[in-house]
Design a protein around this ligand. Structure first.
Ligand code: HEM
Length: 347
């Protein structure tokens, strides 16, 4: 067990490699001037997720409907030129994955134009890990933790009507127009035909540091080797609310689930600290390696259930940018994990 103090509140967590990495992440936060810690308490944030999106005991407070999978990653020569991280050695690296539908509801429909997630944990030599939570949009719906919190507050259902107050939502979005970009992107895209036929972006910038110490910033995107495939509105309706998990299992059995990990290289002047701003179109892309998903859990169990996919965990050779949303993810993920484990962790 390990004890961590958050803003005067004392919490006890199960001792694990991830927890250790989280503790390291927290000191990074403090070192960065406590941008997040001063702005929004992680407990307040998770409470607001529950107040706005509903509380579903045992489930992740975001990305609740999901499935565990396993796979392997092989890094490329080009990646080794950009980063000394062991994940790019060229040897097969085991990966514990989780695919999920966005939102707090474990019954979220698979046929809506909503978020799909691909969370990955790369288990590396010497007890290192690389953890990511990727989404099927190039941008996130908030640029700061305070803006995310304010947007959730604005959308909290009115107790009388059980629906958000349209005037409050409009006042918030008028004042924060960049928060609409992600929703507009989803609305412009077809419903994904499969978890295996959609792009997944890391959204945040990271630095890749090579053996000579050269640093290259970039934003990554996983692109399905078999290509992007969406459904027409009629096809999506006919598929119904539950098809993604069975589809993923079938594709894994057929050996057809693979993604190229492509890094878009940032150039001087590019915005690196805002998750609502993608890199400009046409930036050079380098393929860092190939991810294959080789097995998908037949039920709601699997190694991913206990994992907190904290994107502040990375190996030597990869570094976080100063995007405030990136550092701000670590602590609420632990709060969410703590609650769902105590409640009896479900998929
Ligand atoms: C301050 C900002 C954010 C907060 C408070 C937040 C909150 C959460 C929480 C509470 C969870 C569930 C964690 C668990 O129980 O293990 C989660 C999962 C997730 N979040 Fe966020 N999030 C934030 C930003 C982002 C951003 C910017 C992205 C975009 C890449 C993102 C992508 C994901 C994904 C992919 C998952 C699912 C991971 C899984 O399968 O466990 N989040 N988030």
């Amino acid at each position: 067990m390990i004890n961590i103090t958050f803003q005067g509140k004392y919490m006890t967590y199960l001792f694990s490699r991830t927890t250790l990495a989280l503790a390291a992440g927290l000191s990074v936060l403090a070192g960065a001037g406590g941008v997040y810690a001063q702005a929004v308490s992680p407990v307040t944030m998770v409470n607001q997720f529950e107040a706005t999106a509903g509380k579903f005991e045992g489930y992740r407070r975001s990305g609740a409907k999901g499935v565990c999978a396993t796979g392997e990653f092989v890094g490329s020569d080009a990646a080794r030129g950009l980063s000394a991280a062991s994940v790019f050695s060229g040897n097969k690296v085991p990966v514990v994955a989780r695919f999920s539908v966005g939102g707090a509801n474990p019954q979220a429909p698979d046929n809506g134009k909503s978020q799909r997630n691909m969370a990955l944990q790369f288990d590396l030599p010497n007890n290192e890990q690389w953890i990511q939570g990727n989404i099927n949009a190039p941008v996130f719906g908030a640029s700061t933790p305070q803006q995310l919190l304010d947007g959730l507050v604005a959308r909290q259902p009115d107790p009388a009507t059980k629906a958000p107050d349209a005037a409050k939502v409009k006042a918030f979005t008028d004042a924060n127009p960049e928060t609409l970009l992600q929703g507009r992107y989803f609305a412009s895209q077809p419903v994904p035909a499969s978890f295996g036929t959609v792009n997944y972006w890391g959204v945040h910038a990271y630095a890749f540091v090579n053996a000579a110490g050269a640093r290259q910033f970039g934003k990554w995107v996983y692109e399905p080797v078999a290509g992007v495939v969406g459904l027409t509105d009629d096809e999506a309706k006919a598929k119904g609310a539950n098809f993604l998990l069975t589809d993923l299992r079938e594709r894994a059995k057929a050996g057809s689930l693979a993604f190229n990990l492509n890094l878009e290289l940032a150039e001087p002047g590019d915005k690196l600290d805002n998750a609502t701003v993608p890199l400009p179109a046409g930036r050079k892309k380098v393929t860092l390696g190939v991810l294959k998903i080789t097995a998908v859990s037949d039920d709601s169990t699997g190694a991913c259930v206990a994992i907190n996919y904290n994107p502040m965990v990375m190996p030597k050779g990869i570094e976080a940018s100063n995007d405030p949303m990136l550092a701000a993810r670590a602590a609420p993920y632990v709060v969410s994990r703590g609650r769902r484990v105590i409640e009896g962790a479900k998929q």
